[in-house]
Write a protein that binds this ligand. Sequence first.
Ligand SMILES: Cc1ncc(COP(=O)(O)O)c(C=O)c1O
Length: 336
Amino acid sequence: MHHFAYRAGVLHAEDVALDRLAAEVGTPFYCYSTATLTRHYKVFAGAFADVRALVCYAMKANSNQAVIATLARLGAGADVVFGIPISSAREIYAHAAKLPGVRVTGVDMHIGSQITQLQPFDDAFVLLSDFVRTLRADGHGIEHVDLGGGLGIPYRHDNEPPPDPAAYAEVVKRATRALDCTLIFEPGRLIVGNAGIMVTRVLYVKRNRTDPSTKTFIIVDAAMNDLIRPTLYEAHHDIIPVKAPIVGASRTVADVVGPVCESGDFFALDRALVEPEPGELLAVMTAGAYGAVQAGTYNTRPLIPEIMVRGDRFAVVRPRVEVAELISRDRIPDWE
Ligand SMILES: Cc1ncc(COP(=O)(O)O)c(C=O)c1O
């Protein structure tokens, strides 16, 4: 459930019309909905209201400080990831417990992301419970378990939705009840994924008029550097027009691509869409997680702005980085 919907024929983020926003901030841009973020956090945290639990939003999904501040105000903690080399887990705990000033009090796991079935969680949580018992037998006073993130979200409007937080909570509680531990969670995508979209403008529609059986390309002003998930993971994002299409409008099968000259520069391949006119706006849905944070400046394309909406207000929560600023960071060595 999210707060991007058509009103009077125009897609809105909460009470803000996205065509108006595009006119004010320029395209492309990311747009986040405070009401959606709030709802997702509350639904997840609410599923654990009857146990000792802390929900730590996984900042790697979207580390914009406006997103973090919104969640912090609701009571969320924050999860920050960095890498450590793994030997066996049991040895790591034994090693850590010998370090001066360190007491081992918890166990942390994360089995993956965009998991849409409960069984893998169930299996992993059973292993985790066994591991806690092993560590306690080794003399470590384990007081909390961190069960990671990973619960999937619907990327396609026409798909069966993944299990909701209440069903996930049942699995968690069943596996951890006997441990008498505080539970910690690190959800990222579930909180922010559907709370963000990317808005882009159609530059050009390329058809082969002599052979209509060949591909149509819809070329937009966003590119792979702005949202790399489709090319990096073959990820699906629904793409919808900002101006609502006429009911029953015919569809064409097209690739939606960016203006960078690359085979990987696409947002959708062979997608059935109502064919837009140049200048029209498209919304790439479910782009709040692993979108802006993975953006880059390939092809000297400046990072696009991030906008947050609350009700009928909006704020630029990261301004567009201009080309001049981008290239001003380069240094030419004066050795010749
Ligand atoms: C250690 C860790 N915790 C939490 C997350 C958040 O996962 P998700 O966004 O799928 O909830 C990740 C993401 O991969 C992660 O690596």
